[in-house]
Design a protein around this ligand. Sequence first.
Ligand code: SF4
Length: 206
Amino acid sequence: MSGMNIDSCIRCGTCCRKGGPVLHHEDKEILRAGYLSYRHLVTIRKGEPAFDPVWEEVRPVERELVKVRGKGGEWTCIFFDEENSSCTIYEHRPLECRLQKCWDTPALEGLIGKDTIVRADIINAGDPILEVMEMHERECSYQEVEELLDSLSGGGKNPQALARLNELARKDLAIRLYAIRDLGLDEDYELFIFGRPLFKVLASRL
Ligand code: SF4
């Protein structure tokens, strides 16, 4: 039996179910035009473990990435319409989606990790949230998280490392709460501003 040959997108939705695209500088235009907003985004902080499409495994990311988030707790892109197997922003979809050719992966592979944006690229300079983000990076860095997790690997007991991870997870939540309650940050922007809560990331690692 011969396999099906595909040379154009048949909108099967396979790539949209694997997760939303990482944003590149070219995508700032769709943000400016309002087709994408902070509420559609999630940040993967530097050093955070995430699926790496080149290595096809979960590993700490080398640089901060901003991506279109999934639906609820799922990977499927927030803009994917299951019923019609279509993209609800198809005419204005991000660069990676336009280059996504499951029948011709080199087109996308050439783009991975290049010219990607960070949060500060799409937040007004002078916005007070930038200082809170810096504090969050300082106080709850993934570098420290990884070092602590390393010290726990191999099965050895290390109550101090566990206590410190606990403290970091609590600090992460406290900073989010401070930004929402005291600074009036829109709750829908939390995943973009601070990334996934540390306790959730840790839950998948411990
Ligand atoms: S933005 Fe559209 S094309 Fe891109 S992954 Fe989401 S649903 Fe698919």
